[in-house]
Design a binder for this molecule. Structure first.
Ligand code: G6P
Length: 367
């Protein structure tokens, strides 16, 4: 390989541990404290053009698509522009309506994923404006876009994306902040988010310091043939990403679901052999989330709850993983980190090839 995993057992572990540094890099020079905003020079969008945006459509594949969902929430919450994410692979095959006042955002670590690239080309052919959130400088997607944000995550080798994904989330935070401050986000809220963003690298370090704890939990989860990952609203894309990582490298069946939808189907599958990893941030939905988890516990389903120390689980039988609290909008990325390590340790315990899982490629460049 062109890059060396060095002292680390795998690239995935090396890249997980690099996340505080890559988080610092993507933020560096892009926060303008005085005005409570972000400065993204490569967007090629002036204030008037920004104000004219009526919708944001985010496109990516795999983990990039799930982070895109997190990004859509950030943009809706901070900039109050309707936003959603879609798998680029689906988008380009359904003859999508391309609107001139929609901002299209392509997300890709490699910048070479063919489904994402062809979606970008299709949008531009129809006169749409596309910006890229891309890690690899000068890659095909970066070249095709009208502007964008380079992620500066450094080279990522393991198939399961970790540090690139973290920088994608932070890239979306910067984008949402800049769009928000041209629209309705107050300077006070802008500054509050900047302070939150500045704390992220330390929060990441703190979470990574609990690696032993995650290893113990992961070994138990690895014994299960099938698992659920559940979350709602901000927590749902976190659950999707957690399930994706787990299945990619442990080869266990891991399914993500909205916690609110459990009672409409999957509860039928809950029993002692089917664990659930639940994402429960300390937000306005915490009580409802905990109530839903009682339904799982009542059926003997083992529970791992990724949450904040301030969430009261009452008498729920569960293993809890507390992550540091930040600004609520930024919670998703911190909640995602323990899930990377759960997947990593499960795969390690099962003896799988962590960096090159069977049947998967780092970037899918052919149709
Ligand atoms: C492949 C990888 C995924 C990755 C996806 C998108 O399917 O296995 O881990 O998330 O491609 O890659 P990109 O380079 O576009 O972010």
């Amino acid at each position: 390989a062109a890059f060396d995993a060095g002292e680390h057992a795998s690239y995935m572990l090396k890249e997980i541990l690099e996340q505080p540094d890559s988080a610092e890099r993507v933020l560096r020079g892009r926060l303008v404290e005085r005005f409570g905003t972000a400065h993204l020079g490569g967007l090629n969008l002036d204030a008037r053009e920004t104000r004219a945006i009526s919708r944001v459509k985010i496109l990516g594949c795999g983990s990039a698509y799930y982070v895109g969902q997190m990004g859509a929430s950030l943009i809706e919450e901070l900039a109050r522009i309707p936003a959603d994410a879609e798998a680029a692979s689906e988008f380009r095959y359904r003859n999508p309506i391309i609107e001139p006042d929609t901002l299209y955002v392509a997300v890709s670590q490699s910048g070479e994923t063919v489904d994402t690239l062809l979606a970008v080309q299709e949008i531009r052919r129809k006169g749409g404006r596309v910006i890229g959130l891309v890690n690899v400088v000068g890659s095909a997607i970066a070249r095709e876009c009208d502007g964008g944000i380079y992620l500066h995550a450094g080279p990522e080798v393991a198939v399961a994306s970790t540090k690139a994904l973290t920088t994608m989330f932070l890239g979306f935070s910067l984008l949402a902040l800049q769009l928000g401050r041209v629209r309705d986000l107050s300077i006070a809220d802008g500054r509050r988010l900047i302070e939150g963003l500045q704390r992220i690298p330390d929060h990441i370090r703190q979470i990574l310091g609990h690696d032993d704890e995650y290893a113990t939990i992961a070994k138990q989860l690895a014994e299960a043939e099938s698992l659920f990952f559940v979350g709602r609203v901000r927590g749902y894309p976190v659950a999707r990403e957690g399930a994706q990582k787990f299945k990619e490298i442990s080869y266990r069946h891991a399914e993500a679901y909205q916690t609110s939808e459990l009672k409409h189907g999957p509860l039928a599958l809950i029993e002692a052999s089917v664990p659930t990893v639940a994402i429960v941030p300390d937000d306005e939905l915490a009580d409802r989330n905990v109530a839903a988890l009682h339904e799982i516990a009542a059926r003997g389903g083992p529970l791992v709850v990724v949450t904040h120390a301030t969430v009261d689980l009452g008498d729920l039988t569960a293993t809890r993983i507390d992550v540091p609290a930040c600004e609520r909008e930024l919670d998703p990325i911190l909640l995602t980190l323990p899930l990377q390590l759960l997947a990593y340790h499960a795969a390690l315990h099962l003896g799988h090839d962590i960096d090159k899982p069977r049947n998967l490629a780092k970037s899918v460049t052919v149709e």
